[in-house]
Write a protein that binds this ligand. Structure first.
Ligand SMILES: [Mn+2]
Length: 327
C-alpha cells in the first residue's frame, strides 16, 4: 500500500494538465474526493480541471474549498488531458461522458472503494475495505508532504461522513474514527456539515419522503420492502433530497433487502438496492445491468413496473433461498 501511495504521489507531482472526474450522480464522497485531489494538485501548482458527468452540480457542497471550480461535462467542451484522476468509480461505463476525455491507461490514476470492474488505470488505489474514496485520499494526503488544514479537513470529513452514513454503515471502521479524530483537530464542525449535507431539504422533498413511506409495499413475507415514486411525483422534486428513502427502505425489522424505485422517464426506472447485511445487493444489481457495493447498489431498468418488481423480487428470493440453504 505504502509503495502504491508513493507511486501515485510521484505520478501526481510529475505530470501536469489533469482531468479530475468521478461517477455519475456524484454523491458526497465523489464531491469530496474530487475536491481533495484538486486541493493537492493546487498545492503542487498543477493545471487541472474538475469535470463531472452530471448536468447539475449539487449546490449543497458549495461550502467546500474548490467547489466553484467544478464544471459539468455539458459545459466543459473538448480538451486533451495529459493525465487523469478518476475517483469513486469502478468502471468506464459509470463515469459516463467524461470517460471520452481520459488519456491512455498509463496516464490514469483510479482511487476507489467499489469491487473492481474495469482496469482502466495504470495506478489503481482500490480497496473495498475502505469506507469511502475520501478515506483512501486521506491515506494519500497523509503519505504526501502536504499538511492538513481547515479546508482539506472539511473536504475529507464530508466525504467520510457521507459514505459511512454518519459513521453507521457496515463499512465504518476504526480507521474512519481515527481519521475523523485527526480531522477534528482542525476547524471542522460535524453538526454543521451534517446539517448542510443531510438536513438541508425543502418542505416539498420531505413531503415526498412521506409519500414514499406511506405507499411502501412489502414482498416475501416482509423480507423485501419497496418504496416507489412514480413519474408525476418525481417531476416535482429535487432528486438528491429524497435519496434518504433508499436507506429507509431497509430500516424495518426483518427486512433483508430494500428497494427505492423512481420512475425518471416513462417506463424507465432508477432502482437503489439496500441490504441489511446477508444478501449481496451488488450481485442483484448486476443482474439488472448495474452494480455498487455489497450493502448498497443501483441499476437503471427499462420496462413495465409490475414486471420489474416481479423480476427483481424473484432474483432476491433466489439469493435468499441460496443463503438459507447454506445455513
Ligand atoms: Mn464512495
Amino acid at each position: 500500500m505504502v509503495r502504491l501511495l508513493d507511486e501515485i504521489i510521484q505520478f501526481l507531482q510529475n505530470r501536469n494538465n489533469f482531468l479530475i472526474t468521478c461517477h455519475m450522480n456524484a454523491d458526497g464522497d465523489a464531491y469530496a474526493s474530487v475536491l481533495a485531489i484538486a486541493y493537492l494538485l493546487d498545492k503542487w501548482q498543477k493545471k487541472y480541471r474538475i469535470i463531472l458527468p452530471d448536468d447539475q452540480i449539487e449546490t449543497k457542497y458549495n461550502f467546500l474549498w474548490g467547489f466553484e471550480k467544478i464544471e459539468t461535462f455539458k459545459s466543459a467542451g473538448e480538451e486533451q488531458f495529459d493525465a487523469a484522476v478518476v475517483l469513486d468509480v469502478p468502471s468506464l461505463k459509470r463515469i459516463g461522458d467524461p470517460a471520452k476525455l481520459l488519456p491512455g491507461r498509463d496516464f490514469c490514476v483510479k482511487i476507489d472503494h467499489h469491487p473492481v470492474e474495469d482496469d482502466f488505470a495504470a495506478y489503481s488505489l482500490v480497496s473495498n475495505q475502505a469506507s469511502s474514496t475520501s478515506q483512501l485520499v486521506y491515506e494519500v494526503v497523509e503519505r504526501s508532504e502536504i499538511a492538513l488544514d481547515d479546508a482539506l479537513a472539511n473536504i475529507l470529513f464530508t466525504g467520510i461522513l457521507y459514505d459511512t452514513g454518519r459513521f453507521s454503515f457496515s463499512n465504518t471502521s476504526r480507521r474512519d474514527f481515527e481519521i475523523a479524530a485527526n480531522l477534528l483537530k482542525y476547524n471542522v464542525k460535524p453538526h454543521e456539515i451534517a446539517n448542510r449535507i443531510f438536513f438541508n431539504n425543502s418542505f416539498q422533498s420531505m413531503k415526498t419522503i412521506g409519500y414514499g413511506l406511506a405507499h411502501m409495499q412489502s414482498y416475501l413475507d416482509e423480507k423485501v420492502a419497496v418504496i416507489f415514486l412514480p413519474l408525476d411525483v418525481m417531476k416535482a422534486n429535487n432528486h438528491s433530497e429524497i435519496e434518504e428513502l433508499a436507506n429507509y427502505s431497509v430500516a424495518m425489522r426483518n427486512v433483508e433487502v430494500g428497494l427505492f424505485i423512481r420512475e425518471v422517464k416513462p417506463n424507465y426506472f432508477k432502482v437503489s438496492f439496500r441490504s441489511k447485511g446477508r444478501v449481496d445487493v451488488n450481485k442483484i444489481a448486476k443482474v439488472f445491468g448495474g452494480g455498487g457495493h455489497r450493502h448498497a447498489a443501483g441499476s437503471r431498468i427499462t420496462g413495465n413496473y409490475r414486471e420489474l418488481i416481479e423480476r427483481v423480487v424473484r432474483e432476491i428470493a433466489r439469493q435468499i433461498a441460496e443463503l438459507d440453504k447454506l445455513q
